[in-house]
Design a protein around this ligand. Structure first.
Ligand SMILES: NC(=O)c1ccc[n+]([C@@H]2O[C@H](COP(=O)([O-])OP(=O)(O)OC[C@H]3O[C@@H](n4cnc5c(N)ncnc54)[C@H](O)[C@@H]3O)[C@@H](O)[C@H]2O)c1
Length: 296
């Protein structure tokens, strides 16, 4: 396999594993991969939504396997890899996509349990994915890893543990890319950095572990409501998951490492480089509070 060959990974008969596949971007990717003739292992922690989404794709003729998985748990991700191999014999494309928002409070006030939850899903989920699946991908003639970070994995804003976890996913993806080149393994890597997308992300607290202590005070609850409202407003102006899937497919086929989903954050990305070189403090990626207009 040559480095460029992973650009052919999206093709009939190849096997994709998508985490966070029951909803939003993961569902959009799963639908598109199935339509391309791939066999798709759909993993998600939300069983009813997963069964519904996988059933719908299967009714439309897709070859899918639904596996209930909490990506923050190493054993469950290892079991996911085993089930994928058991069903389809191998894996060509791993999409570490599951993610949650978490609290946007000042980070010194965020309870440890919420740090554990957000980093557990957003960062450890990707680490478990890489550790469980890379040995399988290395056996294939064509293989690729897509990690879902965020545009907030490029600049931080004030989104609490979320942007911190997403910066780690971006760094992990670059590290993985270099490691694969170091050992001469031509497995491809891309990191997806979406801007706003119309998904159920604004209600990701639905997956907050039941055993976490409730948010500590009313101020936190008020801020969470404000963040949700802000997210919903931006999200309503965002891309459709199917558009993101189109961009991902085109991005992998054309060998892109960074895959962005809109151009309206380009200025903020450029500015970040300048700030670093000039020693300047970070400018907010959008005015606070964010505008009601189409600046997503
Ligand atoms: N929607 C956006 O605007 C946006 C922007 C940038 C990045 N992202 C990223 O895109 C990814 C997908 O999010 P989305 O917007 O489609 O949201 P979504 O809530 O619609 O989908 C996320 C899916 O992840 C699943 N999930 C949550 N915790 C899980 C766990 N522990 N194990 C397995 N699955 C779990 C959820 O059940 C859900 O089906 C996330 O990583 C998110 O950070 C989203």
């Amino acid at each position: 396999m040559t480095e460029a060959s992973s650009s052919h990974v999206i093709s009939p008969g190849r096997v994709a594993v998508v985490t966070g596949a029951a909803s939003g971007i993961g569902l959009g990717l799963s639908e598109r991969f199935a339509a391309e003739g791939m066999r798709v292992v759909m993993a998600d922690v939300e069983e009813p939504a997963l069964r519904r989404s996988a059933g719908e794709i299967a009714r439309n003729g897709g070859d899918v396997l639904a596996v209930v998985t909490d990506v923050s748990k190493r054993e469950q991700v290892e079991a996911l890899a085993e089930q994928a191999v058991g069903a389809y014999g191998g894996v060509n494309l791993l999409c570490n996509n599951a993610g949650v928002g978490g609290p946007h409070d000042p980070i010194w006030t965020v309870p440890e349990g919420d740090w554990d939850w957000v980093l557990g899903v957003n960062l450890w989920g990707v680490i478990h994915g890489v550790r469980a699946f890379l040995p399988l991908l290395l056996e294939q003639d064509v293989a690729h890893v897509l990690n879902t970070s965020s545009i907030f994995g490029v600049f931080a804003g004030a989104l609490g543990p979320y942007a911190i976890s997403k910066h780690a996913v971006t760094a992990l993806s670059e590290t993985l890319y270099f490691n694969l080149r170091q050992v001469g393994a031509p497995v491809g890597v891309s990191v997806l950095c979406p801007g706003a997308v119309k998904t159920n992300f604004g209600t990701s607290a639905r997956n907050r572990p039941a055993n976490l202590p409730p948010p500590p005070d009313t101020e936190t609850a008020a801020r969470a409501a404000a963040s949700k409202e802000q997210f919903d407003r931006l999200s309503a102006l965002g891309s459709e998951p199917s558009e993101v899937a189109d961009i991902v497919v085109e991005g992998i086929r054309s060998g892109r490492f960074y895959i962005l989903t809109s151009t309206n954050r380009n200025e903020a990305v450029r500015r970040r480089g300048e700030e670093i070189l000039q020693g300047a403090p970070p400018a907010p990626p959008f005015p606070f509070p964010p505008p009601a207009g189409p600046e997503v």
